[in-house]
Design a protein around this ligand. Sequence first.
Ligand code: NAD
Length: 480
Amino acid sequence: MEKIYNFINGEFLPATSGLFFDNLEPATGKTYSLIPDSDKEDVELAVQAAKKAFPVWSNLSNDERSKWMLKVANGIAKRMEEFVAAESKDNGKPLKLAEHVDIPRAISNFEFFATAIVHYASESHHMVGTGVNYTLRKPIGVVGCISPWNLPLYLFTWKIAPALAAGNCVVAKPSEVTPYTAYLLCKVLDEVGFPKGVLNIVHGLGHKTGDAIVRHELTKAISFTGGTSTGKAIASIAAPMFKKLSLELGGKNPNIIFDDCDFEEMLATTIRSSFANQGQICLCGSRIFVQKGIYDKFKNEFVAKIIKSKVSYPEDPKAQLGAVVSKGHMEKVLSYIALAREEGGKILTGGERVNLPAPHDEGFYIAPTIIEGLSFDCRTNQEEIFGPVVTITPFETEEEVLRMANSTDYGLSATIWTSDLKRAHQMADQIEAGIVWINAWLVRDLRTPFGGVKSSGVGREGGWEALRFFTEPKNVFVKY
Ligand code: NAD
């Protein structure tokens, strides 16, 4: 059985305990590799390595750091096929999704921040006749990055790249559910001779390894993406230690469809925004609100298309949905479908596990599920399911749909479909979300602020926001 190793101070190491735990392939339900069961001893080694590396890394010019990061981007690109296959195997997502989305984006994350840092400038504030303030932006030191399983390398590198570009040294933990591409990234770091100790990757469980990263007195900033309850637990530890915190948490995003939208474009995009990556994208529009005039047409055409969509093993080129990430997660999603039934929801399509023939007969597959007839404030419509499950709800007026859309604790993203410009802008203004797409979904410009409001998080990633997060401003005043 293949073993995954930690990467600390440029060396591949097992956990100091010598223990490993199983890494399952969602497509087959079978163990296919072993993950180091790291604890605080391993995190200590990683933090000390990062601390030692910091003076040299932070004193490189932006240009030199940029060059190192571009070498990593090229190193991933050279092993493209291997990364794509690994991401799909580890997560259960269709191979073509990993090929077109996950791995290209991980490369872009390194390229984007490697090139951003060479253009980064800090502010100055002139006081006429008095003097001038200039603001230095210093790297923080050792920072912790913790990421989830749904877009494994994509989200892992989305944190690591700006942290490194800004001159920090990093202790990072990928999700224990999908550790493999982070391990491959370590092979790339090794191959390109990346400076030792600058990026340390420690594998393990959240409550052990992740917790140790958060609690360590030397990790001065924590960038976390994951569930809202985990974010709360992390904040309760990190806030009293006065750490900088960036929390990207759960969502329950509304997809609001008005009568006057471009129907065909809306329908094609809504299929993606509902079920891409088996609905396991924090930005998926899981609550679909449709204006009454087109409700029946939408329902019929949406259901007709989804009934035909193919749930299959990830390597199947025709697979539209692959496996969900784990048995536990599959059970959670199925329990929400059962709850929806109890709450009076009508399952229009899906609603059950899909059984594929061997060798995928123990894989974690769920049919894409569309539910109608639920009230906007029931649990199914308020709690994050994070699977291939959407609800559809009719509405008449803007006020009504805004009230329903804004009724959850979450506020990550929203999508609005209308050809009425005024209405689009007014809705965008009033919707409680950090990200709004009008007549589009998941169009990403890496320069834009990314993050949510309410229980969807604190802080923003992306562009200068990320570089600001990973630096401390120091204002200097010079008197004339
Ligand atoms: P999770 O919170 O269970 O785990 C995320 C990471 O945190 C993992 O690496 C895990 O090991 C670690 N962790 C768990 N407990 C910890 C603790 N006590 N201390 C420190 N680290 C700990 O989330 P998940 O199930 O991996 O991911 C799904 C969630 O992520 C969903 O809620 C989804 O909405 C959210 N998500 C949000 C965004 C966003 O940008 N807002 C993006 C993707 C996913």
